[in-house]
Design a protein around this ligand. Structure first.
Ligand code: RIB
Ligand code: CA
Length: 315
């Protein structure tokens, strides 16, 4: 069994990653923490609670609200043109009677790391602010958790918010650099792989046809949420009814590491600069700079990844 704590800015791709994890028999989601990004942290928590209920998962998944902005500077605000006004593509899914915890996300992360000592994988799908705050309170965190897998950054692919930076890292570079240098066993699932894995309108049609009956609410949700995400990707990236698979790819990497090829490289996050703030700077020199080594995903079996994602929702 894989024990996972998900930290998300619960938007459309986060929601698919969350539903995928909740449907896996080999995964136990010990909780979800939320932060700012695609939407605000409270809305992200509300979305997460609705998704937990929608999934029909048969155990309790606590949700804790986290950071409302980055460690340095101000949050630029949500992105309704990508993720809708509610963060989940303006899809209407039933509200949950479950409430978020009173406990702050960073405290919940520390508590779960201690409860599942040595067994917990932290999967971050948004800014790393909650994890950085947890580290500041509990510097032993890298020893307490098994590993960290994060969606974010890019090694060779172009950035998606600046020429060289990806949104989750650019949204809080200081937090990301603190986490990357803290001593975790850490895997970067960045744009080099997420851009190579494509979810298409045909895939949603296939799900509509073959999804297990108990997953019908999930398919109905995806049919509501995905058109906005496809439209953004069409306008922004000339994608005709397809989109990259960002956050679900991080979850897929956790459940099936053989899907990706990784390379160990020392890396820092650029926290200054006019053009490169938020860039993940890797050092391939023989005598590299003093930086922590990351497992960076450099390639992926995209066809297999999508099949594994979709079949999880099928009979
Ligand atoms: O760059 C893609 C990432 O930014 C994804 O996690 C998406 O949900 C947004 O947070
Ligand atoms: Ca995300």
């Amino acid at each position: 069994m894989k024990y996972i704590l998900i930290d998300a800015d619960t938007g459309i791709d986060d929601s698919i990653a969350i539903l995928f994890a909740l449907k896996r028999k080999d995964v136990r989601v010990v909780g979800i923490t939320t932060g700012f990004g695609n939407t605000n942290a409270r809305q992200a928590a509300d979305n997460s609670l609705r998704l937990i209920q929608l999934s029909g998962v048969d155990y309790e998944v606590p949700v804790a609200v986290g950071a409302t902005g980055p460690l340095v500077g101000e949050w630029e605000g949500p992105v309704p043109h990508i993720h809708g006004h509610n963060g989940i593509g303006d899809a209407q899914i039933p509200a949950s009677s479950q409430q978020p915890l009173e406990e702050a996300a960073c405290d919940f992360i520390i508590r779960m790391a201690k409860e599942y000592e040595g067994k917990l994988t932290l999967v971050t799908l948004g800014r790393m602010t909650n994890l950085a705050l947890a580290l500041q309170k509990e510097p032993e965190l890298p020893r307490l958790v098994k590993n960290v897998v994060f969606m974010g950054g890019t090694y060779h692919a172009p950035g998606n918010v600046t020429p060289v930076a990806e949104a989750n890292i650019a949204g809080d570079p200081e937090a990301a650099d603190q986490v990357l240098q803290a001593g975790f066993d850490i895997t970067m699932v960045g744009l080099d792989v997420t851009q190579k894995v494509r979810l298409t309108a045909e895939h949603i049609e296939k799900l509509d046809k073959y999804a297990a009956p108990e997953n019908r609410p999930i398919v109905d949700y995806l049919k509501q949420a995905m058109p906005l995400y496809f439209r953004f990707n069409r306008q922004q990236n000339n994608c005709l009814d397809h989109c990259p698979v960002h956050d679900p790819m991080a979850m897929l990497t956790v459940v099936d590491p053989a899907l990706v090829t990784t390379r160990r490289m020392p890396a820092r996050v650029e926290c200054g600069g006019n053009f490169c703030r938020g860039m993940v700077v890797t050092d391939l020199r023989e005598y590299p700079m003093d930086a922590q080594y990351l497992n960076i995903c450099v390639d992926v079996d995209g066809r297999k990844a999508v099949e594994e994602l979709l079949t999880t929702f099928m009979d």
